[in-house]
Design a protein around this ligand. Sequence first.
Ligand code: NAP
Length: 320
Amino acid sequence: MGITSDYDIIIVGAGPAGMAAAIYGSRMGWKTLVLDKGAVGGLAATTPVIENYPGFSEISGLEFSEKLRKQAEKFGAEIKELVEVADIKTDQVPIEVNTSSGSYTSKIVILATGTNHRHLGVPGEDENEGRGVSYCATCDGPLYKSKKVLVVGGGNSAVTEALYLDNLVRETYLVHRRDQLRAENSLKKAILENSKVNILWDSVVKEIHGSEAGGVKKVTIENIKTGEESSIRVKAIFIAIGIDPNNELAKKIGVELTEDGLIKVDDHQRTNLPRVYACGDITPGQGQIAIAVGEGTTAAISAFLDMRGGDWYGEEASDG
Ligand code: NAP
């Protein structure tokens, strides 16, 4: 491609979008590096079960993530986990990516930094995180097999997690602030008609109480219609109240964001910065794995064609 650099393409974020970009990038013959401050799979890895990704009637988030990793590595993509990207110098060619484990240059950068779990912000939440307060039922649910647990939220994540826990633990409560679930119909039907989950409607968590021995002891709940407070003794609380964009890096390097803090992209997943693309949940969309994968694919193909001046088969690549 004319420019000398360590990599042809660096992808920040190893969720489904970033990994799809890595699979396409490496398969097109590009020297591809994927960086993630966590592990391959991103939030998808924390989903107990994925039932709506075409081709898999049921697969766990962890297994799906492992398949993504193997497929990308098969085509030669390099994946570095637990590496945080501190800054990206986009006003130079090649682009320089500075990370917690060194600097790398690349012709193209794709941002697939995804989203993170939203916190409730109630007393006891931060203090007990990792000791009963969890944002991932797949990861921590098995620790509470013979216990009572509580899930907060009314969307797809909360209902999926409550259903998973219903099959695993002694008793599951779901606390939702309204009298209707936001989750899609099949999940609503499953929880309302085919589960033992106790749903506390119109209710919010006011406080999470830890025990002296460590770990969660009980949770104070308020019914927001009646103002009545009650407490439930549970060993764990799984918070699934939505997600916030991981946009600190995008902000820092001057990528244009929407009002919601998501990265603005065109139909080809291009950002406002040349040679910088974005895909997946960090861009506006429906938060679906299948869509994230499509966007990652589009980002890699667009970058490839942009670098070649729109020529898919050309021998000579332009410098973009
Ligand atoms: P979500 O759809 O935004 O739902 C968040 C839920 O938490 C809502 O029910 C909301 O209540 C509640 N909530 C928000 N802030 C709250 C607070 N401070 N206190 C109490 N409750 C609060 O988030 P999500 O379920 O994490 O899903 C995120 C995205 O991933 C969505 O696009 C979703 O479709 C997708 N996803 C898809 C699947 C699937 O396809 N199977 C599985 C998981 C996630 P209100 O309803 O009152 O707003």
